[in-house]
Design a protein around this ligand. Structure first.
Ligand SMILES: N[C@@H](CCC(=O)N[C@@H](CS)C(=O)NCC(=O)O)C(=O)O
Length: 207
């Protein structure tokens, strides 16, 4: 059985958990909890699985370890032979990859940098280097990305076009991370708010 090393309730693990549900694979993996708040992910045993010392990590039955949510989602999507999250045609795949990267760098990771640098983050023991100014700058980047995505959603129902994709998962979990970190959706982003309300009731997210 494949294994997912993660910590339930954290934002990056949530990305893979939603992808697993979208693919009907949630019950085909064994979850192994890595206690991130206590620093278990920084110990040698876990660094052997992921030198970046982050969760989640997918471990295949042959022992191959795959880190990075985008890479894990790509694998899961291809595994079933029927890609639904990362596109089928060259054009779909490229547009989804572009929007996924914009969402990840501009929103999800920007919120993460704000959280880790400009707030207490994971606490003094784990946050060994903080640059508050850089963190605050990334908050403005996250807000700008929310405004950009609001504009995107004025013309199309999902982040990368007419169909749900991995980019929607990244934006949805990025907004959840933003709530947790204290980054508000700017006033007037009604398209983004409506899209979010629609996502709230999607089975892979609601259940
Ligand atoms: N880009 C990575 C980010 C993974 C990540 O940062 N995960 C967080 C949990 S949400 C983590 O393990 N943080 C540990 C730390 O900051 O020490 C991915 O896509 O998986």
């Amino acid at each position: 059985m494949m294994k997912v090393y993660d910590f339930e309730g954290f934002p990056n693990p949530a990305r893979v958990r939603i992808a697993l549900k979208e693919k009907g694979l949630f019950d085909s993996v064994e979850f192994v909890s890595i206690n991130v708040p206590e620093g278990e992910h920084r110990k040698a045993a876990f660094r052997e699985k992921n030198p970046s010392a982050t969760v989640p990590v997918l471990e295949l039955e042959d022992g191959t370890t795959i880190a990075e949510c985008s890479a894990i989602t790509e694998y899961l999507d291809q595994l079933t032979g029927e890609p639904q999250l990362t596109g089928k045609t060259p054009k779909e795949r490229a547009v989804i990859a572009m929007m996924q990267r914009r969402a990840e760098a501009g929103l999800f990771d920007a919120v993460g940098t704000y959280f880790h640098h400009a707030t207490p983050g994971l606490g003094a023991e784990l946050e060994t280097y903080q640059c508050a100014e850089w963190g605050r700058h990334q908050k403005t980047r996250a807000e700008a990305t929310m405004r950009y995505l609001d504009g995107v959603l004025a013309d199309q129902p999902y982040i990368a076009g007419k169909d749900f994709s991995v980019a929607d998962i990244t934006v949805y979990t990025g907004l959840g991370f933003a709530d947790f970190a204290g980054v508000d959706i700017p006033d007037g982003c009604e398209n983004l708010a409506h899209w979010r309300a629609k996502m709230d009731s999607r089975p892979s997210i609601a259940n």
